[in-house]
Design a protein around this ligand. Structure first.
Ligand code: 6PG
Length: 235
């Protein structure tokens, strides 16, 4: 696991985009499969990507998938797809045929099965599982990642590719990429910022079993943490 620490969330986002577009450029002409997270942290990065890297990104080669989705309609403010659409997709020329959203408006169990089959069908297989080129993750205050929450650790090891999870405080259903396909990705990137995340970052760094985010961060190959100074410092 490699830590990259920057003075501001904007600089951390910029560095992540540089790293990501560098990986895309390493394989000219090839399709690049990336799974995006939601929540609030990536909004800044999506916005920057659309503003400053619009021309230099080979959008036609990207295939976009989601790590997780809240079980709401795409125009709901809680939708992870909706966030990405507003901040990134509406502003760049990524072909609609390359965007594979989790349909949060569907019945959760059925959608997890439908989306698992779609990803198995579209994303190249390695070791019996789909292998994304990049999985972009965040971490919650409670140490969750994707929508794998503490207490729902069975999602780290299940054979399902996507499964239904429950947000423990609100009871909201989520469709979430599970642990094994995350560990199977070529590259895993965490984008974490803000003072409020300092304690969880510390626990991720110090204890491989501190929670789902720590579990992934210590076990996946090619893990890069993009942090701002305040998330990287416990005072
Ligand atoms: C989601 C996520 C989730 C997110 C963390 C951090 O749907 O909420 O994809 O895993 O990455 O909860 O969220 P914040 O960026 O909002 O703190």
């Amino acid at each position: 696991m490699k830590q990259n620490i920057f003075s501001t969330p904007l600089e951390a986002s910029r560095a992540l985009i540089h790293y990501l577009t560098g990986l895309i450029d390493e394989h000219p002409g090839q399709t690049f499969n990336i799974a995006l997270s939601g929540g609030t942290t990536p909004a800044l990065m999506f916005d920057l990507w659309a503003r400053e890297y619009k021309k230099s990104t080979p959008w036609e080669r990207l295939r976009l998938y989601w790590v997780d989705e809240r079980c709401v309609a795409p125009d709901d403010l809680d939708s992870n797809y909706g966030l990405t659409r507003r901040t990134l997709l509406d502003k760049v020329s990524l072909p609609a045929a390359n965007i594979f959203r989790i349909e949060g408006e569907n019945v959760p169990e059925e959608e997890a099965a439908r989306y698992s089959a779609l990803v198995i069908n579209q994303v190249p297989e390695h070791d019996g599982l789909p292998q994304f080129d990049v999985v972009l993750l965040g971490a919650g205050y409670d140490g969750h990642t994707s929508s794998i929450f503490p207490g729902q650790e069975e999602l780290l090891t299940t054979d399902k590719v996507y499964a239904v999870a429950t947000q423990p405080n609100t009871g909201q259903k989520r469709v979430a990429l599970t642990g094994r396909p995350i560990l199977n990705a070529r590259h895993v990137m965490f984008l974490i910022s803000g003072k409020g995340k300092a304690a969880v970052v510390k626990s991720i760094l110090e204890d491989a079993d501190a929670g789902p985010a720590a579990y992934i961060a210590h076990r996946a190959a090619n893990v890069e943490l993009f942090l701002d100074q305040s998330a990287a410092t416990v005072v």
